[in-house]
Design a protein around this ligand. Structure first.
Ligand SMILES: NC(=O)c1ccc[n+]([C@@H]2O[C@H](COP(=O)([O-])OP(=O)(O)OC[C@H]3O[C@@H](n4cnc5c(N)ncnc54)[C@H](OP(=O)(O)O)[C@@H]3O)[C@@H](O)[C@H]2O)c1
Length: 266
């Protein structure tokens, strides 16, 4: 039996590429899609992909009237949490691609998911090179006590820091709290210039035309530095394979798990 998927944000930049990726598999089938603009149409008609016959609904609640095994959230930060909780209440496992959810959002979602005995796999970035950056950074943090993160994105990205930067800071906080030589509150001048403190890490967000999505972590030691950086291009292709893997594996989890490496053998 193929895994039945409901995809919220199926007409968006990332969601439409994922929908095409699902159409190309034998083991996944899209049963419903969400987009306010294209509600009432078939997704195949909207995306020019005849293999996607599922209807488009204006809300996740309406789309979830179709039974699905996995709900994929790929809309916007302001609608994401409500959609995820609605899916869990209806017995679906959830893959979260949308960025901008906070640690306290995830704590609330975790509580509901554990009660429902369902898995939630949240990846701020499904690209393999980001998954590797996370792993390499965790290894570096075990040996180097000081680091900061810079996240770069297009000028119209509304959330800051990016999901990728948040996830990285959260993961590193489990390795250790980074040391800071001059505490931010003792900064002379403008405190904001030291960035946001996220799970103990200073994070700086650059939003300018010319960038797509990049994230950089700099580890500093006396007289030596290590920089690990990921850059993605302008297509949503890098996110498809990771999202397909997450859809296939999320039913093996219970509660919230962050990062694709929860289901990858690396
Ligand atoms: N995890 C990853 O690897 C990854 C990769 C790329 C992007 N992202 C994140 O994924 C999210 C989507 O990015 P995107 O670039 O694809 O955005 P986008 O192109 O603006 O697409 C958003 C999609 O969500 C739908 N939508 C938005 N608000 C909605 C609402 N209130 N109710 C129902 N549908 C709604 C939109 O359709 P309508 O406007 O017609 O409703 C559209 O289909 C962002 O948070 C982004 O940062 C994550």
């Amino acid at each position: 039996m193929p895994i039945r998927v409901c995809l919220a944000g199926a007409t968006g930049w990332a969601g439409s590429e994922l929908a095409r990726g699902i159409a190309a598999t034998d083991d996944l089938t899209l049963v419903a899609a969400v987009s306010r603009t294209y509600a009432g149409h078939s997704l195949g008609e909207v995306l020019g992909e005849p293999r996607l016959a599922c209807p488009v609904y204006p809300s996740a609640v309406e789309a979830l009237a179709n039974r699905c095994d996995v709900f994929v959230e790929y809309t916007k930060p302001e609608s994401a949490k409500g959609n995820i909780l609605a899916a869990l209440e209806r017995g679906a496992h959830v893959v979260v691609g949308t960025s901008g959810l906070t640690d306290s959002d995830f704590a609330a979602i975790d509580e509901v998911a554990r009660k429902a005995e369902r898995g939630v796999l949240a990846c701020g970035n499904f690209a393999l090179t980001v998954v590797l950056l996370q792993r390499f950074a965790e290894a570096a943090a075990r040996l180097i006590p000081q680091w900061e993160i810079i996240d770069y994105a297009h000028d119209d990205k509304i959330d800051a820091p990016s999901g990728t930067a948040r996830e990285l800071a959260a993961r590193l906080s489990k390795v250790r709290e980074p040391e800071i030589t001059v505490p931010v509150e003792s900064t002379v001048g403008s405190r904001e210039a030291r960035g946001a403190s996220l799970a103990g890490t200073q994070v700086h967000s650059v939003r300018l035309p010319g960038f797509v999505i990049s994230v950089e972590i700099i580890f500093g030691m006396p007289d030596q530095k290590l920089t690990i950086r990921h850059d993605s291009g302008s297509s949503a292709r890098p996110y498809v394979d990771g999202a397909l893997l997450a859809i296939r594996k999320v039913s093996t989890l219970v509660g919230v798990h962050r990062g694709l490496d929860s289901v990858l053998d690396i």
